[in-house]
Design a protein around this ligand. Structure first.
Ligand code: B12
Ligand code: SF4
Length: 427
């Protein structure tokens, strides 16, 4: 059977399509099915989308959905359903943690909770045999109108998951994206990665590929395509020091192409950063989140001294690695004074670049529950745009206008820093 994955672009078109379909498509192909990708552009007419789907003639449509993509995905799937009855399955973080709203929406027949490789394979095999009525027995697959399915154990051993199908994630210019682990062991209250671990009820979801397996994938890519730069997508690449040390020793020798990672300052040392630099690391993105120790400890569950960030940012710059900081504003319980501390910490850190996101409560996360319990979430919350620029929360001490005001300040600071550094305006 053929699955056509729809990548729903929102107002910002991410260079990379969702990685979930890259993995599922590859697994399905290894089991004799077909898989293709269709990018649905933000302003694309429905008729045009339908024509493209008809040309592909899939047996099923698959949509990977983050909360940012949800509203447009629901609209597009609803419109598609008016024209064709091809079954549609949704997966990814949003359907996993808000499955009922997805199943209540007209365009979706199935939701995949958690990992999708084996579950999607079993569903396609069932549909191919005309045995759709039995789909309700498949672990992880929630059929519209049926009860919640059981969750199967995570895929093991993780090295046996087929490498991602590159054509399904829309990579360009030889910039290669690699995932080396599934799950994250940290308990950050705002993040859906931790929620995935909760779904599996223990840490079994957290698995890392061997260094051997990761390098094998890179070598295989290099044989078939240009390999100009590697972006490791893992939320925290530096979780396991021994793994990273082995990786650095071998990557530098066997691959050597420049790469970037995401990290947390708690997980690195000066020596590890030097090793990463020697192996070819050019850029590290650190989640700083807030400059206020109180916010980090009480709201985000990331107790940490501010001086640790300063130290690690200095080590990173001294190793000639570009450094980006990620911040969040508009958190439940945050005050204007806290956000001022974030601005001050940014001035001290002097990152090469930073991103400031307005906080949105993602389903499945602890802060989502907090916002609901405290009445900060508006009734129509799930209908408001999730664009990480304007707050949707009704927080007594921090109004939406306050958050917008600070978002504009961060934007100005970023633009000015860019002009000072590069002598030209940020595009
Ligand atoms: C890589 C990554 C990206 C990549 C790719 C995104 C993607 N959807 O794959 C890029 C750079 C494009 C990206 C962008 C953004 N991201 Co991002 N990203 C990640 C990250 C760090 C890793 C994802 C990963 O490697 N997954 C590995 C694969 C194997 O796991 P998976 O994606 O869960 O897929 C499995 C299952 O979910 C399921 N599945 C997935 N899709 C489908 C589809 C079907 C049909 C089926 C059946 C099953 C299925 O099967 C897959 C294989 O087992 C996650 C954190 C995390 N650990 O999930 C955040 C995360 C997904 N991102 C997040 C966010 C918020 C964003 C951004 C808004 C930027 C930002 N402000 O941080 C944008 C929005 C992108 C968009 N299009 O809307 C949030 C999403 C929360 C939410 N509820 O929406 C996450 C969870 C981090 C967080 N802060 O909580 N991101
Ligand atoms: S924010 Fe980063 S470190 Fe924290 S749980 Fe999410 S992925 Fe892990």
């Amino acid at each position: 059977m053929k699955i056509l994955f729809l990548e729903i672009d929102t107002e910002r078109t991410w260079g990379l399509a969702s990685v979930g379909p890259g993995y599922i498509g590859s697994y399905l192909r290894s089991r004799g099915h077909e898989a293709a990708l269709l990018r649905v552009l933000p302003d694309q007419e429905i008729q045009d989308i339908i024509c493209s789907i008809e040309k592909e003639a899939p047996g099923i449509l698959g949509v990977s959905i983050t909360t940012d993509q949800w509203q447009r995905a629901a609209y597009v799937a609803g419109e598609i359903r008016k024209h064709m009855d091809t079954p549609v399955i949704a997966g990814g973080v949003h359907p996993t943690f808000a499955p009922l709203s997805v199943l209540e929406s007209d365009g979706f027949d199935y939701v995949c909770l958690g990992e999708g490789e084996e579950a999607t394979h079993e569903l396609l095999s069932c549909l191919e045999k005309g045995d759709g009525n039995n789909a309700g027995q498949i672990e992880n697959i929630w059929v519209k109108g049926s009860g919640r399915p059981e969750i199967r154990p995570p895929f093991e051993p993780v090295d046996e998951i087929p490498f991602m199908a590159r054509d399904l994630i829309d990579e360009t210019h030889g910039v290669i994206h690699i995932v080396t682990q599934r799950g994250c062991p940290f308990p950050c209250t705002f993040c859906a990665a931790g929620a995935m671990v909760d779904l599996y009820k223990n840490t079994a979801y957290i698995r890392r590929r061997t260094v051997d397996n990761v390098l094998k994938e890179l070598r295989q890519i290099r044989q078939q395509n240009p390999l100009n730069y590697v972006i490791f997508l893992d939320d925290t690449f530096t979780i396991n020091r021994t793994w990273v040390q082995e990786f650095c020793r071998r990557y530098g020798r066997e691959i050597g192409t420049g790469f970037s990672i995401n990290a947390r300052v708690e997980t690195v040392t000066r020596d590890l950063i030097a090793l990463l630099a020697d192996a070819g690391c050019r850029h590290i993105v650190y989640g700083v989140e807030s400059g206020s120790p109180r916010v980090r400890q009480e709201i985000l569950n990331r107790p940490l001294e501010s001086r640790r960030f300063i130290e690690v940012f200095n080590w990173t710059k001294q190793a000639n690695i570009m450094v980006t900081a990620n911040y969040m504003i508009g958190l439940p319980g945050e005050t204007r004074a806290d956000i001022d501390q974030t601005l001050s910490l940014n001035a001290e850190l002097e990152p090469d670049d930073f991103e400031c996101f307005v906080f949105y409560p993602y389903p499945g996360t602890r802060l989502f529950q907090t916002c609901r319990r405290k009445g900060f979430l508006p009734e129509n919350g799930s209908k408001l745009p999730f664009n990480n620029r304007r707050s949707i929360l009704n927080i007594p001490d921090l109004t939406k206008d306050d958050v917008e005001h600070y978002y504009n300040i961060f934007t100005k600071v970023r633009e000015n820093a860019y002009v000072n550094r590069y002598g030209r305006a940020l595009e």
